[in-house]
Design a protein around this ligand. Structure first.
Ligand SMILES: Nc1ncnc2c1ncn2[C@@H]1O[C@H](COP(=O)(O)OP(=O)(O)OP(=O)(O)O)[C@@H](O)[C@H]1O
Ligand SMILES: [Mg+2]
Length: 345
């Protein structure tokens, strides 16, 4: 057995293989703080609600946090911000620990291989991912796993580009970040992240229209389509504008980074976009347009969106973990390119 884990700013997901099926377990990466009372403690203990007591507070963690925040008219908080553990949040580590424990469960055996996603260092901020990565490694080791970090963009390549020899450009549009990875036969040629994603769109649109951020998020997640003609002045119109701006910014940074990294010219690669922020109708087309207008120094053979954008990273981490462990039929422990080569034989 081996497991994959996607540790995201908004969602934490695990993936494991059961026969022919990949099984995912998901929780929101958020919590709410409530005043402690014996009554509340008793109620919560009898329920399935994930919670933890600390001093005179009770914390409701994961998917239920939002319901409790609505009932008690308080705000949810997040252990992570911009793709990494939040330095503003004192309770970040115990909260994320509880969510991770719930999502991955006990290891099948001591030292079970687990690959967890970690972002690349962002090119547009001073944030460093080292502390985040090392802390997660320690949490997972304590649980009895043999943890190994995998770059989030690389996980996209493993999950979505197996049929193309793990060659192409994978982009994960998340909540706190956008992660980009260009790989050539499963070898990463360029990796970077941008400290903007769905949260940034929500914050900007909220500010522009004077709407609470949570309201913008739910409008965006509920049947929203990228559309620049209708809803001028409204929340959906503002969200569309910031979506467009985010895509411009991402493409601009890809072009700059490809130039700097001296990526071989004349490549012809497929592009896969994924992550929750890539969900709205029209996203794929808009990204395709923006990429076509740019002067990127390689040819793009096509832009596709992953079939299940929320699951790509966890699935890719699982592919890498199984390959490392040697549980993929015909694979050795040298990496997914071996597994793919055998399937094609
Ligand atoms: N249907 C939808 N339409 C638009 N946006 C959506 C939809 N569903 C989810 N999102 C947005 O996707 C983002 C969450 O995506 P995802 O779970 O991929 O991020 P994450 O992995 O938690 O974050 P990160 O990778 O940045 O750390 C949020 O900004 C959320 O609002
Ligand atoms: Mg993510």
């Amino acid at each position: 057995m081996a497991k994959g884990l996607d540790v995201g700013t908004m969602n934490i997901l695990s993936a494991r293989q059961e026969g022919d099926e990949t099984v995912f377990v998901q929780q929101r990466n958020s919590f709410v703080e409530l005043d402690y009372s014996d009554m509340a403690e008793q109620m919560l203990s009898r329920s399935e609600v994930l919670h933890i007591k600390k001093e005179d507070k009770v914390y409701v963690v994961g998917d239920d946090a939002l319901n409790f925040a609505n009932i008690f008219n308080t705000e949810t908080r997040r252990p992570m911000q911009h793709g990494i553990l939040s330095s503003d949040e004192q309770s970040a580590i115990p909260m994320i620990e509880l969510i991770i424990e719930q999502v991955v469960g006990e290891p099948a055996h001591e030292g079970e291989v687990l690959f967890f996603s970690t972002p690349a260092d962002p090119m547009d901020s001073e944030l460093s991912t080292l502390y985040h990565q090392k802390t997660l490694e320690a949490i997972l080791s304590d649980m009895g796993y043999d943890p190994e970090p995998i770059n989030e963009g690389m996980a996209v390549i493993y999950s979505e580009l197996a049929n193309n020899d793990f060659t192409g450009l994978g982009i994960s549009f998340g909540a706190g970040m956008t992660n980009v990875c260009l790989a050539y036969y499963a070898v990463p040629v360029m990796r970077f992240s941008i400290a903007r994603g769905g949260d940034w769109i929500d914050e900007q649109a909220a500010q522009a229209t004077g709407t609470p951020v949570d309201k913008v998020t739910s409008t965006k997640e509920d049947d929203f389509q990228l559309d620049f003609e209708s809803d001028i002045g409204g929340v959906e119109g503002a969200v569309s504008i910031y979506y467009d701006n985010l895509l411009d910014y991402v493409v601009e940074n890809i072009v700059r980074e490809v130039d700097e990294e001296d990526v071989e010219e004349g490549l012809d690669v497929p592009v896969v976009v994924t992550g929750g922020t890539s969900s709205p109708d029209g996203f794929e087309e808009l990204f395709r347009e923006r990429l076509a207008e740019s002067n990127i120094p390689f040819t793009v053979s096509g832009v596709t969106r992953a079939r299940e954008p929320m699951y790509s990273v966890a699935r890719g981490a699982l592919v890498a973990a199984r390959s490392e462990e040697g549980t993929v039929p015909g694979s050795s422990d040298t990496g997914p390119e071996e597994a793919e080569a055998t399937t094609e034989d």
